[in-house]
Design a protein around this ligand. Sequence first.
Ligand code: CTP
Ligand SMILES: C[C@](O)(CO)[C@H](O)COP(=O)(O)O
Length: 317
Amino acid sequence: MIWGAVIVAAGRGTRFGRPKQLVELAGRPMIAWSVLTFASMPEISEIAIVTEPEFIERIEAIAHAAVRHATVRVVRGGDERQASVRAGIEALGDGVAAILVHDGARPLVQAVDVRAGMRPVQPGIASLLATPVVDTVKVVADGKVTRTLDRAELWAAQTPQFATARDLRRAHADAVRHGTPAATDDAALLERAGLDVLVVPGAPENFKVTLPTDLVRAEALLRERAPHALTDEEVLLVECYVDPGAVDAVLSELEARDARIDEIDRELPGANVVRAYASSAALRGFGARLHALAGEQAVFTAHLSHLAPRIAVDREH
Ligand SMILES: Nc1ccn([C@@H]2O[C@H](COP(=O)(O)OP(=O)(O)OP(=O)(O)O)[C@@H](O)[C@H]2O)c(=O)n1
Ligand SMILES: C[C@](O)(CO)[C@H](O)COP(=O)(O)O
C-alpha cells in the first residue's frame, strides 16, 4: 500500500505560550523530528506539512533537507485542526492509497509504532495509536463531580491516525457537509462516518508537546534516544558484525579513530562481533570505511552508551 502522511503543524500554541512548531528541541526545530521519522519510511511516498503562512518557507527548507525519496508539499493551515488536516489531505496526490495524519507537536513518534498502526488499515477499517488512561477520570459540572468513568474502557488518543485515502477523504467531506462542530481528532470523524476504528497500543513517549514543561521531557528523551541528536562528545557503543578474516582491519580502523575496544565475540557462526566505545565525532564516515575494509555484508550498530562518563574518566588517566 502506498502511504501519504499529513503532518499538521499550524495553530498558535496558546497553551504553550507561543507558536511551537519551530521551537528548538534537542538540536532541531520540533517539526523536523516527525518529518525525519516519516522520511525514513520507504512505504510513505508523499508528505504534506500544514502550517501557518509565516512558517511555510522555513518548513519547506527543513523538509527538503530531510526528505529524499518522498514528495513534500508545505501548505497553509486552517483556523482549527480539522481544517488543517483537510488542507493536508487535499495536498496529497491521487496516487496514495492510504493516509496517516500526525501532529507535528508529537516529535517522539517512532517508525515501529507507525508501522503497527498502518497494518490493520483496509477499506472500512481505520486505526489510531493510543495508550490506556492511567489516571481516574471524573466528569465534572460546575466544579462538582457528576460521574467517575470506568478506567478500563478509557484510552488516550495519540497520532498518527490511519485510514484508506478514500475513507479519510469521505469522513472529512461528510463533516463539512453535515456542518458538525470540529472534532479534536480524525478518528472521531472516521467513527461518525461508520468505520471500524481500531486502537493500536502506542508508546507513552509519543506525547503531545502542549505545555512548556512538555518540552523539557521531550528534549531529554530525544537526546537519549537518537544518534542523529548526539553531540560530538557523546560516546557510543559500536558493534560491528564482520567476517572473521576482516577483524584485524576493523580493529585497526577503530583504534585509528581513538575507540576503546571492549571485546571480540567469536561465538556467532559466520561472523565475529567487535565491540568498542567511540565518540560520535570519531565515528563520522565509519559505515563507508567498514564496507571498504570488510565488504558490503558487514554491518554495525551504534547506541548511546550509558558508560560514557566512565570512559571519559578512563581517558583522563
Ligand atoms: N488550526 C490548527 C490547530 C492545531 N494544529 C495542529 O494540531 C496539533 C495539535 O494541536 P495543539 O497541540 O492544540 O496546537 P495548537 O492549536 O497550536 O495549541 P493550542 O491549542 O494550545 O493553541 C498540533 O500539531 C498543531 O500544530 C493545526 O495544524 N492547525
Ligand atoms: C489529535 C490529538 O492529538 C489526539 O490526542 C488531539 O485530539 C489534539 O487535540 P488539540 O486540542 O488540538 O491539542
